[in-house]
Each structure stands twice: as C-alpha cells, then as structure tokens.
Write a protein that binds this ligand. Structure first.
Ligand SMILES: Cc1cc2nc3c(=O)[nH]c(=O)nc-3n(C[C@H](O)[C@H](O)[C@H](O)COP(=O)(O)OP(=O)(O)OC[C@H]3O[C@@H](n4cnc5c(N)ncnc54)[C@H](O)[C@@H]3O)c2cc1C
Length: 370
C-alpha cells in the first residue's frame, strides 16, 4: 500500500580500489575483493597495459604451464608461500629427507600422494633416485585468463587499458592511476580512493624503490606447445647433467585441458632477460622428453615419431629474493591511498593466486575505517 512517503535508500559511500595489473594476480585479486568480505563494498577499477589475449615479454601470465607443483621449500622463509599454495590447492623443487618423502611439506596437502617404486614404474628417467605422485590441477592458461576477464566484466568491474607513468616512483604511480580513473569517470571524487593493489609482476621494479627493485629478477622460461593432450602432468627436475649448458633446465609435460594441446618445457634461467626463443634449447627439451619416454602418447605413430609442434614461447617468471611480496606499503597512505603489494610470484603465480588474493582482501578489509 502506498504511504505517500518517498522511499530513500541510504548507501554508504563506496570505496574505490585500483588494481594495477591484469595478469593472473590482478584479475584474481579483483574478483576476490569484489566478492569478499562483502559484495559491492568496493568500486574496483583495473588498470593495466596488457590484458588477456595480449602477448608481450612484459606480460608473464599467458606464458605459464600452468600446473600446481610445489615451488616452495620446507624452510621457514617459504612459510607464507606454502600457505598460499595450500589455499589455492584446497579451493581448486621439493627437498627430501632420505628418499621416502618424509621431508615433502606438501604430502599432507595434496590428494592421492604416493612415493613411487622406481623399480616397478615404466619410463623412469635415467638417473632418477626418487619420485612421487599426487593429484594435481592443470590449467588451460589462455582459457583461465579469459574466464577471469569475463567474470571481471560480468561483475561490472571498471577496466582501463593504459600504462601508468612510473617515472616518479610509487607516489607518481598512485597519482597517475587516480588521474586515469577520474578521467574515465569524472564522478569519482579525488578523496574517495581507498587502496591501490600493486599486481605488476616484474613491472614493479620500475617504481618500488631501489632496495626493493634490487630483489626482483627474471626467471626465464621457454615452452613448446604441441598437439594433443597428454594423459599425465609430470616434471623431472635436477637430472644428471651432461654439460653446464643444461644447468637450470628441467623436463616437464603439462596438458592444457580442453585445448587439444600440451606444454613441453623447459628452463628456469635466473637473471636472463632474453625474450628471443633459443632453438637449441627447444631441441634439448624435445630430445629429453623423447629419451625419457614422457608424453609418448602424443608422438606421431609413423616415421620418426616426432611431436607436432605448434608454437614456442618465452616468458619471464617474476622472481623475488625472499619470496612474493604480499603486504601493506609502510604505515601511511601514499598520496591519500593505501598501497598493498602482491608481486614477485615467480613460478607459482597461478598456484599462489587463491591464497594471495585472500591475503590481500584481508589486508584491505583491515584498512577500512582507518
Ligand atoms: C614458462 C613458465 C611456466 C610457468 N608455469 C607455472 C605453473 O605451472 N604454475 C604456476 O603457478 N605458475 C607458473 N608460472 C608463473 C606464472 O606465470 C607467474 O607467476 C604469473 O603469471 C605472474 O602473474 P602476475 O599477474 O603477477 O604478473 P604478469 O602476468 O606479468 O602481469 C603483470 C601485469 O601488470 C601490468 N603492468 C606492469 N607494469 C605496469 C604499468 N606501469 N602500467 C600498467 N600496467 C602495468 C602488465 O600490463 C600486466 O597486466 C610460469 C611462468 C612461465 C614463464
């Protein structure tokens, strides 16, 4: 029944959050903040120079495998990383004590864990001393990134494609990001910005200050995409090397579910910024995979039993001394805005993404009202 009174709904003013970066870290964080702790508590804008579908050496996410395989060691320094990995695994180069897997921190985290009896296994790579098996997650990376992007659009999260000016350090980045948001939506008041989340991967080195920038380094990876979906995800690490050129190389197979393709890799070359494909490394990758009988089911049945190679890519994992940086910058706002970092995820950006976005959401939530 009409009362004659006008209904007025009172909304608390929304707080604006800027996410800088649209790799797996930025997109997952945007979606997490949008849904948690309370829906629509924040107005979110993602600003990035690259988005899903783009190819650039400055954009690592499309180049990943990506599977869940432990990258953290058992050392106290990696405690946070273990938690991020665990959290991601739960929602979707290990070291050993002896060869029975007692020292593997993740044996209690993953499902279907077993130590392999190498005497009974087929295709055991030459020189292997220990093996373990577990159920893992393999992502179709282009599809996963597109899925995250579609979710971002569905959620009405504002998106701006632009490079943010890094020439005046972190303060300049905050200022320029605010300018971009206001330009795209003049209704946003200058003093309505709550936080900026820095998800820029290796790009962070251009504005986080010399000390922090000195901790960041590339871990170069190179992958070959072949036709067919392997039936098993596997990695052979620390194998006996016949020459120093093999240092930092490994052999892995990661199927991309639903794509009809598989990733063969690879390498972890610390400090190497080279964006060009090393054809000799590709030859070594294929040679090893064949020699050790990995992904046999993908090799052509006739002639030289080659793999059908579709393409090859180089990507730079955002390495950081001390592990990923997921924390608040200092104790004060920068240019009126809290800055929370989430970068330096090295070879684990996908498997960290669940745990890290949860931590960012918690940090941002604690800042509300301060
Ligand atoms: C060969 C290879 C295999 C891998 N395998 C796995 C795996 O199996 N499992 C796994 O979990 N991880 C894996 N990784 C690691 C994973 O890919 C990375 O950890 C992850 O992609 C990092 O994502 P990010 O979003 O932090 O950074 P990025 O994807 O690099 O995104 C950075 C974003 O910041 C933006 N940006 C930077 N500076 C600016 C600026 N000034 N202005 C505007 N925008 C800016 C960029 O445009 C981009 O959108 C692998 C990586 C490689 C290379």
């Amino acid at each position: 029944m009409a009362t004659g009174k006008q209904e007025v709904s009172v909304h608390a003013p929304h707080k604006h959050i800027i996410i800088l970066g649209a790799g797996v870290t930025g997109l997952t964080t945007a979606l997490k903040l949008n849904s948690d702790p309370a829906p629509a508590q924040y107005d979110i804008t993602i600003i990035a120079a690259h988005f899903p579908g783009d190819e650039s050496i400055d954009y690592t996410s499309p180049k990943a495998g990506a599977d869940w395989s432990p990258q953290a060691t058992s050392s106290p320094e990696d405690a946070a990383m273990r938690e991020y990995d665990k959290s991601t695994y739960d929602t979707e180069g290990p070291e050993t004590e002896g060869l029975d897997g007692r020292g593997l921190w993740w044996r209690e985290v993953v499902r279907g864990f077993a130590i392999l009896d190498l005497e009974k296994e087929d295709n055991v790579p030459e020189g292997a001393v220990m093996g373990a098996r577990n159920r893992t997650i393999c992502l179709n990376v282009p599809k996963h990134l597109q899925y995250l992007m579609d979710k971002v659009r569905e959620a009405g999260i504002n998106v701006i494609r632009s490079k943010v000016d890094v020439s005046h350090g972190l303060e300049g980045v905050v200022q320029d990001a605010k300018r971009l948001v206001i330009e795209s939506n003049p209704a946003v008041p200058e003093n309505d910005f709550h936080a900026l989340i820095n998800c820029t991967g290796l790009g962070a080195r251009h504005f986080v200050g010399d000390e922090e920038a000195g901790k960041l380094y590339p871990i170069r990876g190179q992958i070959i995409i072949v036709k067919g979906e392997a039936t098993m995800d596997c990695t052979y690490d620390d194998f006996p090397q016949s020459s120093s050129v093999e240092e930092n190389e490994l052999a892995y197979v990661i199927p991309r579910p639903g794509s009809g393709t598989t990733i063969l890799g690879g390498c972890k070359q610390k400090g190497n910024w080279d964006a060009e494909i090393d054809e000799e490394l590709n030859d070594r990758i294929i040679e090893r995979i064949k020699k050790w009988g990995l992904a046999e089911e993908l090799r052509k049945s006739d002639g030289d039993r080659d793999f059908e190679i579709l393409s090859s890519k180089v990507g730079l994992r955002p390495g950081r001394k001390g592990g990923p940086r997921v924390e608040l910058e200092g104790r004060e706002r920068i240019n009126g805005v809290w800055v929370v970092h989430s970068y330096g995820h090295a070879g684990a950006g996908y498997q960290n993404s669940g745990g890290c976005s949860e931590k960012v959401a918690k940090l941002v939530g604690e800042l509300v009202g301060l």
